[in-house]
Design a protein around this ligand. Structure first.
Ligand SMILES: CC(C)(COP(=O)(O)OP(=O)(O)OC[C@H]1O[C@@H](n2cnc3c(N)ncnc32)[C@H](O)[C@@H]1OP(=O)(O)O)[C@@H](O)C(=O)NCCC(=O)NCCS
Length: 132
């Protein structure tokens, strides 16, 4: 069975919330209007589907010239550790190209993950945290 990766897919909010719940990604899944806004204002969304089912997603905001912020990376629980997350990050980088960095904040449970897929840890990052 072939996993289809594409940046041309716009999953429904229900599919996205279902995926986030399955993956265990902490996002405001009880506020579908907010999730809708998050997606409406993202300009690089990569999906992975198997037999039509949404099994992975990478949501980024990028200028395609300098930077790309990869905000949400999630893979359905039963498909984790099969290389899908790695593919989604690699394809994100491939699309934004050499002039763009790909930057993200790791969730506590994924801090050990990103070095495994070849990403460098930065020590010069700063943040103004959201309050809700
Ligand atoms: C983290 C996540 C995106 C990784 O995607 P994935 O498809 O499961 O991972 P991959 O198959 O690409 O993993 C590549 C390697 O990293 C390992 N790995 C997977 N998840 C890991 C984690 N959370 N921490 C450390 N290593 C991890 C895999 O076992 C694999 O190792 P191997 O090559 O030695 O077999 C996915 O597990 C997920 O959705 N987790 C829950 C949500 C989440 O935490 N998202 C990230 C928020 S920053």
């Amino acid at each position: 069975m072939e996993i289809i990766y594409t940046d041309q897919d716009r999953p429904t909010i229900e599919e996205i919330i279902d995926l986030y719940l399955s993956a265990g990604l902490k996002r405001p899944v009880d506020d579908s209007t907010r999730i809708e806004r998050m997606y409406a204002n993202s300009n690089l969304i990569l999906t992975a589907r198997l037999n039509g089912q949404l099994i992975g997603i990478a949501r980024s905001l990028t200028d395609f010239g300098f930077c790309c912020y990869l905000s949400d990376l999630a893979v359905r629980k039963e498909f984790q550790s099969c290389g899908i997350g790695k593919q989604l990050v690699a394809k994100t980088k491939e699309i934004v190209g050499n002039q763009c960095m790909v930057l993200l904040l790791a969730a506590a449970n994924a801090i050990e993950y990103y070095p495994k897929i070849g990403m460098d840890k930065v020590d010069n990052g700063f943040i103004i945290k959201r309050s809700i």
